[in-house]
Design a protein around this ligand. Structure first.
Ligand code: FES
Length: 207
């Protein structure tokens, strides 16, 4: 292909394109229009950034790599999520099949908790906060304070007589810990209580 910016007059171009000799063609000076054309082409070439030719970017290949990386990332995340969910499910199954029977622990004196009152204690370990609620003179209930949705600490609402989670407004019945409303799907773990004269003892956890 003949470069368009070369200053050959049209007849000479035609001859060169046909493969003919230029010997018989008398030399002629480029016309002013052709000169302008050449000048414009040269100035365009001078303005083009060198990096385009020195460091060309293969956009197509670049997109391919990004897509591949993205798919690998998605696969990795999906695998991690699947593994995490399976482990949580297995742990829950294990805990249901093997109820916890920790050592009994004295958690309160009867006189310390008035009717309608609440007392915080930890059971079975110091990392397990629980709430003891006195519903009547002779009736006590206790639950883990960790909400079964995302483990926010639940509180007892005396006015509503229910356990309430302030994070996403999960509500649990104070009588048995069942879910009344909100995102939680499982009841609050219940602490098994035993009364020994004037003492309240925790003797196990019912999940
Ligand atoms: S953490 Fe309790 S409702 Fe979400």
């Amino acid at each position: 292909m003949l470069p368009t910016f070369l200053p050959f007059p049209p007849p000479l171009r035609a001859r060169i394109k046909e493969g003919g000799s230029t010997a018989t063609i008398p030399p002629s000076r480029p016309s002013p229009t052709e000169r302008e054309e050449v000048q414009e082409t040269l100035s365009l070439a001078a303005r083009a950034p060198h990096w385009r030719t020195d460091f060309p970017i293969n956009w197509e290949e670049d997109h391919d790599v990004t897509r591949r990386e993205f798919v690998s990332f998605l696969t990795l995340i999906s695998g991690a999520l699947l593994l995490g969910t399976s482990l949580v499910g297995l742990r829950e199954c294990w805990r249901r099949w093997h109820p916890i029977h920790p050592a009994a622990a004295r958690i309160a004196q009867v006189r310390e908790v008035p009717v309608g009152g609440v007392q915080l204690f930890h059971y079975p370990t110091v990392n397990d906060p629980c709430l003891l609620v006195r519903l009547s003179t002779d009736r006590f209930v206790a639950y883990s304070q960790k909400c079964t949705h995302l483990s926010c600490p639940v509180v007892y609402r005396t006015a509503d007589q229910e356990m309430h989670c302030p994070c996403h407004h999960g509500r649990f019945a104070v009588e048995d810990g069942r879910v009344l409303a909100g995102p939680p799907q499982r009841p609050l773990p219940r602490i098994i209580l035993t009364r020994n004269n004037e003492e309240i003892w925790a003797t196990g956890v019912e999940i």
